[in-house]
Design a protein around this ligand. Structure first.
Ligand code: ATP
Ligand code: MG
Length: 287
């Protein structure tokens, strides 16, 4: 099945991550898929130009995944179809002191693009309900007790949902991609990073430590997806064991949202069009 519809989650019913494929079906033709991806990348560039010229709607693409699921290479592929002047990429690393001293949505909010532009978030505020939940990092937060007790993660789901609705009401669309890699494929990629000298830099000791929490992470992802998927800010659970297939589905989702936005080049008011004609005459009559 290479239909994007099988991978989108809009919150109408609860999903189980286990029931989502991590690889394409055997009959999916790689060559054809790559061709379709390239066609999508071309369409994206045309859409982006109109999005920018119109300046009405902003688009934020969030990428979340376990290590080595292919966030970086998927982002690189998406970017290859876009004008870098209309899009920014932000990587959300471990928060520093300034970030930790603010509310958890502050750093994301600060990096939202102006309308007309796009942003890619490599990780995001979802880390605040994923790694923070798995390792109970909230226990050490410098916050009043009332903020740390009770269902802190449950409250954050609500905050995220409200934040995303707020952004939607302000002219933004947010798409959330979970690159769904299998545990076996992650192991293969880690081993390659260790064995191949030019890939050593991509490997960090903490990667294997986090892998030990695989089941806890899957539960955290499943709960976060179920709690925050909505019609206007859907999640896409994308098979990530084959990079060519991941890229294709991500490009499909982006083309899809562009079709919904349907950006148009602005049409100038009559007075401005008349001025253009005057300028044209000036240019043509230049000595
Ligand atoms: P790669 O490993 O492919 O270079 P990466 O996204 O894993 O990319 P790293 O620098 O390895 O980048 O990891 C960033 C780390 O920061 C991740 O382990 C992530 O869980 C952590 N992180 C991000 N946001 C938060 C947060 N709000 N609280 C705690 N940890 C966070
Ligand atoms: Mg990492």
């Amino acid at each position: 099945m290479n239909d994007l519809k099988s991978y989108v989650v809009k919150g109408d019913s609860k999903i189980k991550l286990k029931s989502f494929a991590t690889k394409p079906a055997d009959d999916v033709n790689k060559e054809k898929i790559i061709k379709k991806t390239n066609a999508n990348l071309e369409r994206m560039e045309a859409f982006q130009d109109r999005l920018y010229s119109e300046g009405k709607e902003g688009l934020v693409l969030i990428f979340q995944a376990m290590d080595a699921a292919g966030k970086d290479s998927t982002i690189k592929n998406v970017m290859s179809g876009l004008n870098p002047q209309g899009i920014d990429v932000f990587s959300f690393k471990q928060p520093g002191l300034e970030e930790l001293s603010h509310d958890f949505l502050w750093r994301a909010s600060k990096n939202f693009p102006i309308r007309g532009k796009m942003a890619i978030f490599n990780r995001s505020y979802y880390e605040d309900v994923l790694v923070v939940r798995v390792h109970k990092l909230y226990e050490n937060f410098k916050m009043p007790e009332r903020c740390k007790h009770g269902d802190i993660i449950g409250k954050r789901y609500e905050d995220i949902k409200n934040f995303e609705r707020y952004q939607y009401n302000n002219g933004y669309r947010i798409l959330k991609f979970f690159l769904n890699v299998s545990k076996e494929e992650q192991k293969k990629r880690f081993l390659e990073r260790i064995d191949l000298k030019i890939k050593n830099w991509k490997f960090s000791e903490s990667d294997v430590k986090e892998r030990a929490y695989w089941n806890e992470y899957m539960k955290a992802y499943e709960d976060a997806i179920n709690a925050t998927a909505t019609k206007n800010s859907p999640w896409y659970v994308i098979p990530a064991d084959k990079k060519w297939y991941t890229r294709y589905l991500v490009s499909e989702a982006i083309v899809d949202v562009f079709k919904k936005i349907a950006p148009q080049y602005p049409v100038l008011p009559q007075a401005a069009q008349d001025n253009l004609q005057k300028d044209k005459e000036l240019l043509l009559n230049e000595q």
